[in-house]
Design a protein around this ligand. Structure first.
Ligand code: MN
Length: 293
């Protein structure tokens, strides 16, 4: 008997093409894409997912992407396997390892670099990660750059009687709040749900809501979604309901849409093409700061 509170599924999207970000991140871009229009995924603007990938040892050099600018949004990097070393020209640096999340606010403008951590590069190993671009509302696009290193131990875990463990990165679940500070309301959950168990996530019906299946298989609204697929929920109910058909790892991304124009070009996400052009000029003028050696 379907529960009338449950949202229905609007689309199930499988991203089939992979590309390299620099020489270190082998990812599939789920959105922006024709299948997932900007207004249906807002406040998120981009999702690159890198399923587990084995890297051999590298004697010299680095794997990743060197200094590049961003403006107008936040980059959120989640690692499950491997480790990503980050450095920016606002003075922040760190390594995110398994279970860690890095929430970087580029906002007014920043340069950063993202590489595999040195030890992983030399000895080789597996990398499993995701990078999200979280849009900022027009009024906050020129906020000061900031950095939230969120370690695995900072992230509270909600354990359900059915054996599920849900890490609350942002927003709230069953009274447990995640540590990420966000400019607009966002719920980000990292859930492991054993075969046969049901996960129910109450959310305001206005929130856009996505579930990414990183492992296993679920039923949502009676529709199956397998590893590598993304479920887009309709905004028509008070909760998401997902039933695991196998031991499943899910990432739930939800948030209040911004309802502002999105012009994304290269490493910039603004509201108009004129602001994109200005960002390019401002990089040339040094307004994003110096690029360190
Ligand atoms: Mn970047």
């Amino acid at each position: 008997m379907p529960n009338a509170m449950n949202r229905t599924v609007e689309a199930i999207h499988r991203s089939t093409t992979f590309h390299w970000v620099g020489n270190g991140f082998h990812v599939s871009t789920y959105f922006p894409s024709a299948a997932l229009p900007a207004e249906r995924v807002s406040p998120f603007v981009l999702m690159d997912y890198g399923p587990p990938k084995e890297f051999g040892p590298l004697a010299t050099g680095k794997r990743g992407v060197g200094w590049h600018p961003h403006r107008g949004f936040e980059t959120v990097t989640l690692a499950w396997e491997g480790a990503v070393a980050h450095r920016d020209n606002a003075g922040h640096s760190g390594v995110i390892g398994p279970g860690d999340v890095q929430w970087m606010t580029a906002a007014a403008g920043i340069f950063h670099e993202e590489f595999h951590e040195e030890k992983l590069t030399r000895s080789g190993g597996r990398m499993h990660m995701m990078q999200l671009w979280v849009n900022l509302p027009k009024k906050d696009k020129f906020a000061k750059p900031a950095y939230q290193p969120i370690t695995s131990s900072d992230i509270p875990r909600v354990k359900l009687d059915n054996g599920s463990t849900i890490r609350v990165i942002a927003g709230e679940l069953n009274g447990t709040r995640g540590p990420a500070r966000t400019f607009t309301p966002i719920t980000m959950l990292d859930a492991n749900v054993p075969a046969g168990a049901k996960l129910t996530v109450p959310l305001p019906s206005t929130f856009n809501a996505l579930a990414v299946v990183a492992k296993g298989r679920v039923l949502a609204d009676g529709k199956p979604a397998a590893r590598g697929e993304l479920v887009l929920f309709a905004n028509n109910g008070e909760q998401l309901e997902l039933v695991a058909e196998e031991d499943t790892h899910l990432i739930i991304l939800a948030g209040e849409p911004l309802r502002e124009p999105v012009v994304a070009y290269g490493p910039f996400v603004m509201n108009t093409m004129q602001e994109i052009k200005q960002a390019m000029i401002d990089v040339q003028l040094g307004k994003f700061g110096e690029v360190p050696d």
